[in-house]
Design a protein around this ligand. Structure first.
Ligand SMILES: NC(=O)N[C@@H](CC(=O)O)C(=O)O
Ligand SMILES: [Zn+2]
Ligand SMILES: [Zn+2]
Length: 345
């Protein structure tokens, strides 16, 4: 039985580091495990300019010890009046690594998101030309569409025509949750990829209602039926270069989760690699963890692979019930569980 995993230093291709006190509390968890991370721009107000992204990047580095080897990769939040020239300038200067498309009102802090993808034609043309990836929260927001169908309907109504109109545009369908998403990405060209979170490999929708409402298992897109979980999990461990690691770690203070209208988001950064290692181990695919965690994403983005390695050992690790964050508390994914793999560093 394998007792140790050594892989090239991995990257997290989708994370929410927040700002202010929360940023100070959570940034270290991501920087400890990952060499780079694609940092989501859904702050209030959202990150839409090169200057705002550069300033946010500086705040992230200031939240970490000076000797931390971590590179935040910044993203531009697309709005209906997104500025193609500003976006191209930010990409050219190495400030923006990608643009993020939130359908308006699809998820946390998406009120400024895009109402009609059609309005973005100019921006998408430029992105396609310069090779800048478009990252998508793939859910329709139509209230008539059942919440469990919103990803599949987005693929049909929005993503399929988008790929037809912009065949060379690099697209990452973020945090996929359905067999429809797996099939769409698998059946598309090399320019279409997806990130996969640990939670969508581990839980199905029953977890959200297990003996009562469980707000710490609520995120968007919401977890789906078991057969979807199995499809997503199979894609993660498949070895396909189209699927790569993106935790979607999305911290919300405990009081904002345990509330009459609790926020969507699962905080998985503190034990992210432990969680993925367990999944790959259970699937007999530990030899594919390195591709998923450390190679496929970088290759898709056209970035160099990281130097150095990280190690996990087969050793029980107890996940605490809560984690202190400033004056408040966060509940981590796997709270109160014991995981079989320990991140050593
Ligand atoms: N995933 C979530 O449930 N929440 C994310 C937003 C997002 O990634 O959709 C957040 O910012 O809290
Ligand atoms: Zn999202
Ligand atoms: Zn997210």
């Amino acid at each position: 039985m394998t007792s140790q995993i050594v892989i090239r230093r991995p990257d997290d291709w989708h994370v929410h580091l927040r700002d202010g006190e929360m940023l100070n509390a959570v940034a270290g968890y991501t920087a400890r495990q990952f060499a780079r991370a694609i940092v989501m721009p859904n702050l209030t107000p959202p990150v839409v300019t090169v200057a705002a992204a550069a300033a946010y990047r500086a705040r992230i580095m200031a939240a970490l010890p000076a000797d931390t080897r971590f590179t935040p990769l910044m993203t531009c939040y697309l709005t209906d009046d997104a500025d193609a020239a500003e976006i191209a300038r930010g990409y050219g200067q190495g400030v923006f690594a990608a643009c993020k498309l939130y359908p308006a009102h699809a998820t946390t802090n998406s009120a400024h998101g895009v109402t009609e993808v059609r309005t973005l034609v100019r921006v998408l043309e430029v992105m396609q030309r310069i090779g800048m990836p478009l990252l998508i929260h793939g859910e329709v927001t139509d209230a008539h569409v059942d919440i469990f169908d919103r990803e599949a309907v987005f693929i049909e109504r929005v993503l399929t025509p988008l790929v037809e109109d912009f065949p060379e545009l690099k697209i990452v369908l973020e945090h996929i949750t359905t067999s429809e998403a797996v099939d769409f990405v698998s059946g598309s060209g090399a320019g279409i990829a997806a990130t996969i979170t640990p939670q969508h490999c581990v839980i199905n929708r029953n977890a959200i209602f297990d003996g009562g409402i469980r707000p710490h298992f609520y995120c968007l897109p919401v977890a789906k039926r078991e057969h979807h979980r199995l499809a997503v999990r199979k894609a993660a461990v498949s070895g396909s270069p189209k699927f790569f690691l993106g935790t979607d770690s999305a911290p919300h203070a405990i009081g904002r989760k345990e509330a009459a209208c609790g926020c969507a988001g699962i905080f998985n950064a503190p034990f992210a690699l432990e969680s993925y290692a367990q999944i790959f181990d259970e699937e007999g695919a530990l030899d594919r963890l390195e591709g998923f965690a450390s190679e496929h994403g970088a290759n898709f983005y056209g970035l160099p692979l990281n130097d150095g390695t990280v190690t996990l050992t087969r050793e029980a690790v107890a996940v605490p019930a809560t984690i202190t964050a400033g004056d408040g508390k966060l509940v981590p994914f796997h709270a109160d569980e014991t995981l079989p793999w320990r991140f050593v560093g």
